[in-house]
Design a protein around this ligand. Structure first.
Ligand SMILES: CCCCCCC/C=C/C(=O)SCCNC(=O)CCNC(=O)[C@H](O)C(C)(C)COP(=O)(O)OP(=O)(O)OC[C@H]1O[C@@H](n2cnc3c(N)ncnc32)[C@H](O)[C@@H]1OP(=O)(O)O
Ligand code: FAD
Length: 551
């Protein structure tokens, strides 16, 4: 995040100085925004940067315990520079949060600079190879030029000048990383399903027909139900990430030309796609672990590590709930635009046809299911706006009415995101398989249908509310879904092999290409320090005295 922020928040002159140093690793930096007391609410950050025109420096301070920076990766022991997000004061006025480049350690000795308090935050659920740190300042001075001045400037005399065309331009790095995280979610989920599918082809358990041999667990319908949605979701996330990256690049190009019109839609999209992709990836990686039974619980399976790593992505760079609420703000505005007969931006354009007051006729084709997901999102949005307005009519302020409606707002944003993801999944497959063989197309279509049927069956309650789907339609869809799992089964191992992940990347005794699961589990077990000696010292120190009654 250090380098992208240098690129996105510095003037060309600042970039010319800082970027070569960072890219050559002459300096190592991190992004220190979150504090002990505030992560989500950026406007509530407490670290201060007060401009002193006498010395042309900013004085950095951490006025409270809760103002200590907390979490930044590599901050504890590795980095010598930081981007610090702090409340900017000049001429006695607070201008809100701004980013600053702050040297925290000596470039030769690596000692913390006087006035800098830095350390490690301690062990975490995962991410333990990153020395996430804390950081506080005591009247620590940095040169005026170290304020990142692309979007706002403080002149030598302390005059504050706003440059950016958009009020949230300083949040740019977060948008960029949210876009990257969709890809990260796809990649890690692909790893987990490669491990779980390969293992399920090796693992044999139970014999449904008592005379026959034991089945590969991958042959069980319930196992296919657990795993094939993971493969389909990895594809859906990968294709959505490609699409989102293009949307991001187009918006960035427009911003460079001075046009910020598409930024709100990019923010709404990157927020909900980051939220849903990281949440889906984390829960499906856990599902892959379940699918591997006891051996999935071994660290040597690679799955606990993957889960611990990915579940953090649901929180960092904007918590799941918070980001969905950002998308919900955008959706409520889109609803109002429909009411006012105004045009809508592309990803919400489906809303213009949606508020008919009638249930959408159910159509179980893939296109029909996407339309049903859109109807569901529109229906939820409409009910949410009704709740919001009812609360406003009862005399509540907008903020109070909004707060009370946030559960529904999140539901509407989640449904919208699922509709967008399904639509993108379809259009990206079509775009990318124009020249593919019929068999490749067939397999990709099967996985795509698994995704649609799975989520339709997960959301039958909502579909009953907002479409004309009947009990027999649901029954028929269930049978079709179960049939599809059997069609995919013969290709399942080939499909995960096609992710093309090397054994070194998977790092799993269960998921290696050669399938030597039991040999690898045993080899990994031999590495346990407890196997280094036949009798452990604890026997002599504790067990023997206890058994002899001498403890
Ligand atoms: C593969 C890479 C691995 C990288 C490892 C990364 C390790 C982790 C790093 C981190 O976690 S860094 C810290 C990240 N922190 C966060 O993400 C904090 C989350 N919080 C926020 O983003 C914001 O505080 C908020 C929730 C968006 C709210 O901000 P604020 O209070 O300032 O705004 P609002 O009043 O809610 O909204 C006003 C207005 O602004 C629009 N808006 C908000 N954010 C953006 C944005 N990024 N871009 C464009 N527009 C934005 C928002 O939609 C509102 O618009 P209107 O509705 O008023 O039109
Ligand atoms: C592994 C890891 C690495 C990180 N790396 C960095 C880094 O490099 N740099 C950095 O600056 N930060 C980093 N962070 C911090 C991270 O960005 C924050 O933890 C994250 O943004 C969530 O903020 P929070 O911790 O304040 O959670 P909180 O906001 O305190 O969330 C707690 C709960 O309150 C809920 N909540 C909060 N506000 C509202 C609201 N308005 N409405 C409804 N519910 C609400 C949340 O949904 C959540 O359920 C990292 C975090 C982790 C876990």
């Amino acid at each position: 995040m250090f380098v992208p922020t240098l690129m996105g928040q510095c003037t060309p002159e600042q970039q010319a100085y800082w970027l070569p140093r960072a890219l050559d690793m002459q300096i190592i930096g991190t992004y220190a925004q979150t504090e002990l007391g505030h992560g989500t609410f950026i406007r509530g950050l407490e670290t201060t940067a007060t401009y002193d025109p006498e010395t042309e420096t900013f004085v950095m301070n951490s006025p409270t315990l809760t103002s200590y920076k907390w979490w930044a990766g590599g901050l504890a022991k590795t980095v010598n520079y930081c981007i610090v997000v702090a409340q900017l004061y000049t001429k006695g006025v607070c201008h809100g949060t701004h980013p600053f480049i702050v040297q925290i350690r000596d470039e030769e000795t690596h000692m913390p600079r006087p006035g800098v308090k830095v350390g490690d935050i301690g062990p975490k659920l995962g991410f333990n190879t990153a020395d996430n740190g804390y950081l506080g300042f005591d009247n620590y001075r940095i040169p005026r030029d170290n304020m990142m001045m692309k979007n706002a400037q403080v002149l030598k005399d302390g005059t504050y000048v706003k440059v950016a065309r958009h009020g949230k331009a300083t949040y740019g790095t977060m948008v960029f990383v949210r876009v990257l995280l969709v890809n990260e979610a796809a990649f890690n989920l692909a790893k987990a399903c490669t491990i779980a599918v390969r293992y399920s082809a090796i693992r044999r358990q139970c014999s449904p027909d008592s005379e026959g041999s034991e089945l590969q667990v991958l042959d069980y319908s319930t196992q296919q139900h657990k795993l094939f949605i993971c493969i389909a979701t990895a594809h859906a996330l990968q294709l959505n990430s490609t699409w989102l990256w293009k949307t991001f690049s187009d918006t960035l190009a427009a911003i460079k030309q001075g046009n910020v019109d598409t930024l709100p839609e990019l923010h709404a999209l990157s927020s909900c796609l980051k939220a849903l992709s990281t949440a889906d990836a984390a829960s499906l990686i856990e599902q892959c672990r379940h699918a591997c039974g006891g051996h999935g619980y071994m660290m040597s399976s690679g799955l606990p590590y993957l889960y611990a790593f990915v579940t953090a992505t649901r929180t960092y760079e904007g918590d799941y709930t918070i980001l969905l609420l950002q998308t919900a703000r955008f959706l409520v505005k889109a609803y109002e635009q429909v009411e006012a007969g105004k045009p809508l931006t592309p990803t919400v354009s489906y809303l213009s046809q949606a508020f008919t007051g009638k249930k959408l006729p159910w159509d179980s084709s893939p296109d029909g299911i996407i339309r049903a997901f859109q109807a569901l999102a529109a229906g939820k949005l409409s009910s949410t706006v009704k709740s919001l307005r009812k609360r406003l009519e009862s005399g509540l302020s907008y903020e109070q009415a909004w707060e009370l409606s946030t559960i529904q707002l999140n539901g509407a944003a989640e449904a919208h995101c699922r509709a967008v993801m399904s639509q993108n999944y379809k259009s990206e497959i079509e775009r990318l398989t124009v020249n593919s063989s019929p068999n490749v197309k067939l397999v990709l279509q099967q996985l795509y249908k698994v995704y649609l049927y799975y989520w339709a069956l997960e959301r039958t309650g909502d579909l009953l509310l907002y479409t004309s789907i009947s009990e027999s339609d649901i029954f028929e869809l269930q049978l079709r879904y179960e049939g599809l799992l059997k069609e995919i089964r013969p290709n399942a191992v080939g499909i995960v092999d096609a992710f093309d992940l090397r054994d070194e990347v998977l790092h799993s005794a269960l998921g290696s290409y050669d399938g030597n699961v039991y040999e690898r589990l045993m080899a990994e077990a031999q590495k346990s320090p407890l196997n280094a000696e036949p009798v452990n010292q604890t026997f002599h120190t504790y067990l023997k005295p206890m058994m002899k009654g001498k403890l």
